[in-house]
Design a protein around this ligand. Structure first.
Ligand SMILES: Nc1ncnc2c1ncn2[C@@H]1O[C@H](COP(=O)(O)OP(=O)(O)O)[C@@H](O)[C@H]1O
Ligand SMILES: [Mg+2]
Length: 238
């Protein structure tokens, strides 16, 4: 829940992750600040999902450090994450939205859950079994469930990769509304058009290294590196 203190900026120093003898992230240095969404782009296998999992604390770095502006546990409580394919409890839509609020001991949890469903256009489906929803509806529910907690930071890993264009647009609108409500969005995508629509800041990850980080306007209009230019032209394999 958002309070006066703030977990951002996050500073990342020499961040490394290796598994099975393979270096997946090879020493990243960057900072994430409050404000417009940061979109992390890069070809398949570049390490985007591993990076988000490290930032959210689902994986432990094998080298380097993450410096949150609050103690780690406190920072963790201010973050949420939504995956490409959401995991739904075998219960109603409302019960799914309520679950994290109850866990967090939030006051007036049921009202907060209903409000969150309203904001993503799912209020009328509150009593349906969540697993019977379409893919797009499930992703909107996953976003409502995360948004209900009013996180300071919301990590989104390819949130529309499994969706059709209509559902993608709805999800993008919700992401915009979450950002406008004051939550910092940190999102991966390999969809360039989506990155242009959402990003306030863009990062390019190539082969486990941070190739570029720039405000979206300059990243897209005057790519900061030859690789970013090639990526935007479509010359780098996805
Ligand atoms: N837990 C893991 N153990 C071993 N290898 C992994 C693990 N997670 C991801 N990888 C590998 O790390 C590389 C980067 O993966 P990932 O972060 O999923 O890439 P991206 O999301 O950019 O497509 C891939 O080659 C993947 O197979
Ligand atoms: Mg990925």
């Amino acid at each position: 829940m958002r309070q006066e203190a703030t977990a951002l900026p996050l500073r990342v120093d020499g961040l490394r992750f290796a598994a099975g003898g393979v270096e997946i992230l090879r020493g990243l240095d960057f900072a994430l600040v409050a404000g417009a969404p940061t979109v992390i782009m890069g070809p398949n296998g570049a390490g985007k999902s591993v990076l988000l999992r490290l930032l959210h604390g689902l994986l432990e770095p094998t080298g380097g450090t993450l410096h949150w502006s609050l103690p780690r546990d406190e920072a963790r409580r201010r973050q949420a994450m939504v995956f490409q394919r959401p995991v739904m409890l075998r219960r109603s839509v409302l019960a799914n939205a309520l679950y994290p609020l109850r866990l967090a001991g939030a006051p007036r949890a049921e009202q907060a859950a209903r409000d969150a469903l309203e904001r993503v256009g799912l209020a009328a489906l509150a009593d349906r079994p969540a697993r019977k929803l379409s893919g797009g509806e499930q992703q909107r529910l996953a976003l409502a469930r995360a948004w209900a907690l009013r996180p300071e930071i919301l990590f989104l890993d390819e949130p529309t990769a499994a969706l059709d264009p209509a559902a993608t647009r709805q999800v993008e609108e919700i992401i915009g509304a979450i950002a406008a409500s004051g939550t910092k969005i940190v999102m991966t995508t390999h969809h360039l058009g989506q990155a242009r629509r959402i990003a306030g800041e863009a990062m390019l990850l190539l082969d486990g290294r941070l190739n570029a980080q720039a405000p979206a306007a300059s990243f897209f209009d005057a790519p900061p590196t030859p690789e970013a230019a090639a990526f935007l032209r479509g010359d780098l394999l996805w």
